[in-house]
Design a protein around this ligand. Sequence first.
Ligand SMILES: Cc1cc2nc3c(=O)[nH]c(=O)nc-3n(C[C@H](O)[C@H](O)[C@H](O)COP(=O)(O)O)c2cc1C
Length: 394
Amino acid sequence: MRIRRRDALGQLFAMCAGVTRLGAEQGIAPDDPVLEPANVMDFARLAQTKLDPVAWDYLEGGSEDEVSLRDSREAFNRIIIRPRALVDVHEIDLSLELFGKKLSFPIILDPAGGKDCFHRDGEMETAKAAAAAKAIHITNGGIDKLTETGKGPVWWQVTTGGEFRTARTMTAFVRRLENQGCSGICFTTDIMYVSHRERNIHNRFVRSWCSLPGGIPRDAQGILPREGAPERTGIYPSRPFPTPTWETVQQLRSLTKLPIVLKGILIQEDARKSLECGVDGIIVSSHGARQLDHVGGTIEALPEVVAAVDGKIPVLIDGGFRRGTDILKALALGATAVAIARPYLYGLAAFGQKGVERVVELLRTELALDMALAGAPNLAAIDRSLVRIRGGSF
Ligand SMILES: Cc1cc2nc3c(=O)[nH]c(=O)nc-3n(C[C@H](O)[C@H](O)[C@H](O)COP(=O)(O)O)c2cc1C
């Protein structure tokens, strides 16, 4: 997306007319509280004040000791940007082509289950925000009506493989998505079991609470119900059916021309297998540090996956992206685009659709500004020479 002199003048004009440029674009008045948070972390603080503490822990938490959760942020601090001086940056272009579609910026919205914990009708609020921002949204489902409008080149359906148990269920799943005008399939590979998310376990959190009309059901004394089926430890893992394998991915590939991305790839061996299966993209991801702990920050895994893929398919990444500089660093290390979950969930919790749009806008503009300051006026100008890693390598 270009920011030109004409746009800057337009912004000035709009401000004189009592509306900010964003307001002019989205119909937001300059005193709207959605404009107050200056960055993603401000949105996080606001979301925390608005949510029940149990819902907040569900949103924010990671698994077990949350080592990966801390790593996912701290790893960015080891990457140092090498800014280029005296480059003409009067126009900043964030546009790219991804899976055959033109996008205005390299940020997409990750799947996140349980959005009703954060806002009523959370999935739909998010889907509408994604449509307004023209961003790819990997939906957890339930937005069929919106999909049918064909508004998005943007909808991707997530699956954890439950639909792939038999050839018949896999085919039915794929045909339904094709008929609904879904743009692609995101297969999440890292959640064959749910990890111990111990904040939820200590809270005796029950996911179905989020679907209740009143939200988290506390009594007048603020006490949570004792019944229900909270997550627990001490249950030996087993599943009644075989979990998906690389063969499953091959079967899926043979069934559809829809783009397929595998989410949850962290090692070069799996990146190569993904290529062999003919998938269209990879998301380097640790499920927001919510599954296996001690896998490091995803940004640390990115270089080996990028090297293995060798430019043959797009490599996306998620996990801990909160700043334009984080995105810039990932692009410099070879990512094609970045995906976010908690940041837009903060926006959703704070303001619904409007909050999601604003978070995306903040990250988009931060990235544009950081690119300008780093002397990289477009995505093609961002390469490995734009960063160095403290200590040599990860
Ligand atoms: C509340 C919540 C629910 C999530 N649900 C899903 C899900 O249903 N499927 C999935 O593939 N990933 C899920 N994720 C993981 C995200 O898609 C993503 O990989 C991760 O959160 C990215 O890191 P970030 O939250 O730091 O941006 C969830 C994450 C959160 C925070």
